[in-house]
Design a protein around this ligand. Sequence first.
Ligand code: MTE
Ligand code: LUZ
Ligand code: MOS
Length: 762
Amino acid sequence: MKHIDSNTHVRGESVYLDDIPLVSGTLYAAVFDSPVAHGKIKSLDTSEAAAMRGVAGIFTSKDIPGENQIGGIIPDEELLAGTHVHFCGMPIALVVADSEESARAAVKKIKAEFELLPIITDPREAKEKGELIIPPRTFQLGDTHAAWSQCEHIFEGRTETNGQEHLYIETQGAYAIPQENGAIRIYSSTQGPTAVQRTAARVLGLSMNQVEVDTTRLGGGFGGKEDQATTWGVLCALAAILVKKPVKYALSRIEDMRMTGKRHPYSADFKIGLNKQLKIVAYEATFYQNAGAAADLSPAVMERTLFHCTNSYYVPNVKATAYSCRTNLPPNTAFRGFGGPQGMFVIEAAIATAAEQLHIPASDIQEKNLIQSGDTFPYGQIAVSEANECWSKTNRLYGIKKLQQEITDFNNRNPLRKKGIALMPICFGISFTKTLMNQARSLVHVYTDGSVGISTGAVEMGQGVNTKMLQVAATIFSIPSEKIKVNTTNTYRIANTSPTAASAAADLNGKATEIACTIILQRLKQLAADDLKVPADSLTLKEECLYAHGEKTNWSWKKLVTAAYVNRISLSELAHYTPPDIHFDATKEKGHPFTYHVYGTAIVAVTVDCLRGIYEFDSVKVVHDFGSSMNKLIDIGQCEGGIVQGIGWMTMEELLYDQEGRLRSNALSTYKVPDIYSVPKEIIVQALETTKENAAIFRSKAVGEPPLMYGIGAYFALRNAVKAFNPTATIPFDAPMTPEKVLMSLYPVPALEEIKEEEKKP
Ligand code: MTE
Ligand code: LUZ
Ligand code: MOS
């Protein structure tokens, strides 16, 4: 089945926040945000701005009727700065005017003076100064201290991974409309409608039942709207309540890039020990997470770094410690992979270090250490692994040694163009690591004409969750998809939702939908069973016809539905789902936090132009563990998108804050994301088809985040290509590996003159 939005998407008819028809009298908001990264607000003068034509109001923290607090995990973040600012881009005042232009013009007339305070942008410096968001956490398995003596080889190193701008095509935004009796409706481009609702209630001093949040779809979220859409939803609601008029704010790209947090940059230290057989005996890592100026989701992101610090390998002795470091940058937030990629990069760097020192391909080490079913993760969960299956199928399909040999041959033939290849196995845990968040509800209505409406807590952001919800209902009811509509995500229909995140939305909401549909179907079957005098379990629905013991009856879907209504039997159901058997004890850092894991293996190949430092990705060849995919088109699309986004993070997206905490890569002219010319020439995604019980909806495993981590292979492929040209290059593990960095690491090569001479020969 195609993505159900594909028709309206290509026609430009899909409704995003900025397409919602406006109520007359709507005003427009714009934010005055801090120009300095840390300081005390000495004075704030809004008088000139307030006098401008079209300006309806300017609001600061003093105008907030409830609490000036938006922190989700820790209450450490003000909506509007009160006395101090903690990052460049922190909202200070909110202007409301009769047009976007007047609102933004008025913002420019606001004057503020600051008493400047020391600025920290580096996480290690923050840690040294005791600026931690939460106390450090350590995951431990076995005893690394005792294990070093069993190691034949021990390597140490340091890594840096930079942040990443989400660059959802639709920027952040919201539209709030006051309702009768002080209530409010907020249209929000958010992954977490309940977070917007809860926070709006808190800030406005309302109860949650007075706040309706409605989301049709997002033009991408990628984690950037899991928590940080809340600010804009709440600001619009605040202004709307204060001016008693509808208020809209759709951020410009430059505002969005400046004011919102991104993927967390990490700095890390590692130590890895291997025995003679190249088994990893011990691994230690210390992670310094650059959290930015407030907690946001950083504690949860940090936790997932620890969960995924050994990627898809079994290591018997592990000690990993993570620090969430407070700096004067915009609070960093969820981004596809949620700290997992940052953890996985470090062990891949450790393995690459070992491989380079031992003069063997990293894949020799990777393959020998893949986690097997029955092995224990550092957090105590026992693996049900597909790591070896994915690896060996990759080898069967694409031939790892053959590809490596082809690359060596190419490199021997070509003095100025070098290829590099890297294997990238992945393992990603599915479930919110905060166990209580793993719950969802679905409300299914069957109407008397036989059509069906579904509402869940899932937010459509391009990933196809609505299509999957529709497929669930179509499959259970055995009716055509045209009879089913998936409704907007709305806090009045579905309450207390978890954000659409952790790749878990299709599973959680899909299972709830499956339960709701099954309950309604049971009622319909019972009705027919009574009439036909057969047991209900002998009945099956197929293509809108009811069969008893395999024989067609005179009951159709339509007749069942009508009869149920006539007999006063409910055609609606609200179902609740929570995955069984997950738990985690944070005092011991042990448990069984994930419903299951997703595995896969990628081979990434790149060609570097060794005169210019530029490069092209030749191919990404993958075997991915889909379970048994319920929608191949969508799931392959998720893989392709994730891979390209991961390659962007690892190779070209160079986020840059200066010493003053100002974002220098603040527009698409200075921040380069992958475009159609820079995607790999070939991406092949093959399925590891398994029919094993796996707790996923219809055994179709979650697919949203895991493929991003194949992109990590791009970094190591590039590194190998550079090493093929300049074997003595010392390349720090400092991602992204931009063309500039590639060029710098290619040279100086003492033998360059000789290489040039060589090339002139026929
Ligand atoms: N795909 C598209 N097209 N747009 C997105 O914003 N977000 C990703 C992933 N795929 C995203 C996407 C992220 S970060 C997550 S957590 C999952 O989708 C969420 O959706 P799911 O739980 O339905 O997989
Ligand atoms: N969000 C969250 C996430 O709150 N908890 C998680 O475990 C998670 N994992 C991935 C992405 N978002
Ligand atoms: Mo995705 S980072 O869980 O929104």
